[in-house]
Design a protein. Structure first.
Length: 399
């Protein structure tokens, strides 16, 4: 991990003394102490990160504007939205557009917030996803410099979705980026957040993204994550959400690429009536490795959580699904559901599924289940016998 230390020294040596610099130093010390996880760590039992330790990733110092514009034109989402675009971890002002925001809504690049509102921003950053959460969150904090800060005032509904697009364009050398999104949703507010990761075909880069969000009473956040990195890229993400009374958080995820992808999603339901709803669809092929870990803490009674994840794996791809629901003592009358369905399209594909329930209350309604199977050979024969080609028949059965 020597090259990570060299990159950190170069990154932090010219930073001004103060809270941020000291926190970065503490975060990197924590990262060095923990090291990259191995399969001997329970939550990384099926996902080996030793290759990340050997890679000599660098921080980008610039990017090809034309290549970025062409990539977003080819693969970007055509939406009427407030936009922030980051290229290899760097803000692209040319491709971003935040015009038309309401007065009670603040959306700004993290670099700008750190420069002009350090005290306010420091109160948001690390509150939920601090350096002690895990090694990748510590690494993110050590290199944090860019991302998004969102503050939505009480009773405000953001008039358009916020689309945050991350472009991975570097192909001459391997670069890393560590974006962080900070969200404060005021009481009875509403926000639609869309994150889109796009990688150039030959990119071999490493993205390590963290989201922290506090959802106040009766507020709603609708969060969509679309991942389209190249098949050679490394992607690690953490979402940490705190929900107050009667709040709603929905997460919809679709994963279409990446060499190694790891997603951690944690929700703390801290007020009565709080509800979260997670769903995901993952497609794996070749030797891709996709790992989903979720954790819902029912810290208050009368809270609800729903999870539905589906995985389709082909070739020698591997999947991991670990979902845990913890019902704390006295958190009565909660409802928690976990569903995981997995389809293996080849004999070499693998899935490791582990839904978990940890219950310390007696008046609850909880259910969990995981299924794994292959395409029905009789159904495949039936379609082919009626003139449908094998590839099309397999596609129809998969859908």
């Amino acid at each position: 991990m020597k090259h990570y230390a060299q990159a950190f020294d170069a990154f932090n040596k010219n930073a001004e003394d103060g809270w941020l610099k000291s926190q970065r130093i503490a975060a990197f010390a924590r990262f060095e102490h923990l090291g990259f996880p191995t399969p001997s760590v329970e939550y990384w039992k099926y996902t080996d990160t030793k290759a990340l330790a050997k890679r000599e990733f660098k921080l980008a110092t610039g990017y090809d504007q034309q290549a970025a514009a062409e990539l977003i034109k080819a693969k970007g989402l055509k939406l009427d939205a407030h936009r922030l675009v980051f290229v290899d971890g760097l803000l692209s002002s040319e491709l971003s557009n935040l015009e038309g925001l309401q007065d009670a809504v603040v959306i700004e690049p993290l670099s700008q917030a750190l420069a002009t509102e350090l005290e306010l921003t420091s109160g948001m950053m690390g509150r939920l996803a601090g350096i002690d959460v895990d090694v990748f969150t510590a690494l993110n904090f050590a290199f944090v410099s860019e991302g998004v800060v969102v503050r939505v005032g009480a009773n405000q509904k953001v008039n358009k979705p916020l689309l945050v697009t991350y472009l991975s364009t570097a192909t001459e050398e391997e670069v890393m980026s560590h974006p962080r999104i900070l969200i404060a949703a005021g009481a009875s507010s509403e926000l639609q957040l869309i994150e889109h990761f796009i990688g150039a075909d030959e990119a071999k880069n490493f993205t390590n993204r963290v989201v922290e969000g506090v959802i106040e009473r009766n507020a709603k956040i609708h969060h969509t994550l679309l991942q389209q990195p190249s098949d050679k890229e490394w992607w690690v993400g953490r979402i940490q959400i705190e929900q107050k009374r009667d709040s709603r958080y929905t997460s919809h995820q679709m994963n279409l690429g990446g060499k190694l992808v790891r997603d951690d999603l944690v929700c703390d339901l801290n007020g009565e009536g709080a509800e979260c709803d997670f769903s995901g669809l993952l497609f794996g092929r070749n030797r891709q490795h996709m790992d989903i870990h979720t954790l819902v803490n029912h810290n208050a009674p009368l809270t609800n959580s729903y999870e539905t994840y589906k995985t389709i794996l082909n070739d020698r791809s591997q999947g991991v699904f670990n979902s845990k629901v913890i019902v704390k003592k006295d958190s009565q009358k909660i409802h928690a559901v976990q569903n995981n369905a997995n389809l293996l399209l080849s004999d070499q594909a693998q899935i490791n599924a582990k839904p978990e329930l940890e219950i310390y209350a007696d008046d609850v309604k909880c259910a969990h289940g995981a299924t794994t199977g292959q395409l029905d050979r009789d159904a495949l024969f039936y379609l082919m016998a009626r003139g449908i080609g094998e590839e099309e028949a397999r596609g129809l059965l998969t859908l």
